[in-house]
Ligand binder design. Structure first.
Ligand code: BDR
Ligand code: CA
Length: 314
């Protein structure tokens, strides 16, 4: 099975992505690292450990990663959209397992040696851990098979500011370092994640599942649905992090998605955190730019909502 490292800031959609990943038969989840973002890195690790225990995988190692961003402290309170604890305020049973005694960037480097040339990285939080790992070991990209990132926005407006998507805006300097490294990146941003919605019927299917972890996710999703209903007028949520997982594992294919050099705005103006790629020449038909290593996902071949719901419920 394909060895995967999951870097996250769990987080409601990170939690959905995690359970979906655990249920993906071709994947061997060999490690998890957490980063500050939706909540504190320590809280995100605790959330993952509780979810892993509930899902019957208590022994997957979880490393606490960066507790501050590359150039600034994580001062904010956890994002209210994910609840005070990052899991919609649901108190899951405390985990028996503890986080491992190693930082997430160091853990990623260790795994890259253990699974040299095979390790696949899925990053669904701010890119602080990945950038730190590149600082510690610039030869890391040569040992990584692929990096799939939930982050960025091109044709679609940002979600944290008009210009920027949350994961990139939280740490634009880290994102720039990660995009500049020579590893194959698939960037799953708002252009596609805002096309994949979980609806109330899917949440109810989870609530009625026999699996405790599906029932827990149904409850956790309540607060996320409330937030989205203020924007869309219906109880639903976008599947940001799960879509990155679905594309990484191959359940969903990226289509019309060219390889184009991509940079991040790191200035302090209103475009801070914007992802910029020259897509002007792509209008006549998508084609890869020679030498580029970032595939910008602009379209997908099928919907995710029913697929992830069935996977999580059974
Ligand atoms: C991203 O920001 C976080 O709130 C979500 O977990 C997702 O990773 C979406 O912009
Ligand atoms: Ca996330």
């Amino acid at each position: 099975n394909r060895p995967v490292y999951y870097d996250c800031d769990t987080g409601i959609d990170d939690a959905l992505g995690l359970i979906y990943l655990l249920d993906s038969p071709s994947v061997n989840l060999v490690g998890i690292g957490t980063v500050c973002g939706n909540t504190f890195a320590e809280q995100a690790a605790d959330n993952n450990l509780r979810l892993l225990q509930l899902a019957g995988h208590p022994n997957i190692p979880v490393a606490i990663g960066e507790k501050r961003f590359r150039n600034r402290d994580y001062l904010s309170q956890p994002a209210p959209i994910h609840g005070a604890n990052g899991l919609g305020n649901l108190e899951l049973p405390a985990a028996q397992a503890k986080p491992i005694d190693k930082g997430a960037p160091e853990f990623l480097i260790e795994l890259s040696h253990q699974y040299q040339g095979e390790l696949e990285v899925i990053a669904v939080g701010p890119l602080t851990n990945l950038a730190k790992a590149l600082d510690l070991d610039p030869s890391l990209p040569a040992r990584i098979k692929q990096v799939t990132i939930m982050g960025g926005a091109f044709y679609t407006p940002g979600n944290k500011t008009p210009a920027a998507e949350a994961n990139i805006l939280d740490d634009p300097e880290a994102a720039q370092v990660v995009l500049a490294a020579k590893w194959p990146i698939t960037l799953v941003g708002l252009d596609v994640t805002m096309k994949h919605f979980l609806e109330e019927k899917h949440r109810e299917q989870m609530a009625h599942s026999d699996r405790p972890v599906a029932q827990a996710l149904a409850e956790i999703l309540n607060i996320y649905f409330d937030f989205y209903s203020n924007i869309y007028g219906a109880r639903c949520c976008a599947l940001h992090d799960p879509l990155a997982v679905a594309i990484a594992v191959g359940d969903i294919k990226a289509i019309n998605s060219p390889l184009v050099p991509t940079v991040v705005e790191t200035g302090d103006g209103p475009a801070r955190g914007q992802t910029i790629a020259d897509l002007r020449t792509q209008r006549a038909g998508y084609r890869d730019v020679p030498g580029a290593n970032t595939r910008i996902v602009l379209d997908t071949d099928r919907p995710l909502a029913a697929l992830i719901t069935d996977r999580i419920c059974n």
